[in-house]
Design a protein around this ligand. Structure first.
Ligand code: SF4
Length: 61
């Protein structure tokens, strides 16, 4: 699974990058970006980010 951040929707709160730094980081524009595929080890954490994003900017492919 690959998580995808909709940068037009992201408000840059930092929740996903602090919750799962192996998948999400804050980009130079202050918005989050997904830079790695989800693994078996972090898929639950990534789902927590998807569910916890305050503006529902994260989806999964
Ligand atoms: S949790 Fe959502 S709004 Fe916050 S930085 Fe991540 S993608 Fe952006």
């Amino acid at each position: 699974m690959r998580a995808v951040v909709d940068k037009d929707t992201c408000i840059g709160c930092g929740l996903c990058a602090s919750t799962e730094p192996d998948v999400f980081k804050m980009d130079d524009d202050g918005k989050a970006v997904s830079f790695a595929d989800t693994t078996e080890e972090n898929k639950d954490s990534v789902q927590t980010c998807i569910d916890g994003c305050p503006v529902n900017a994260i989806s999964a492919e």
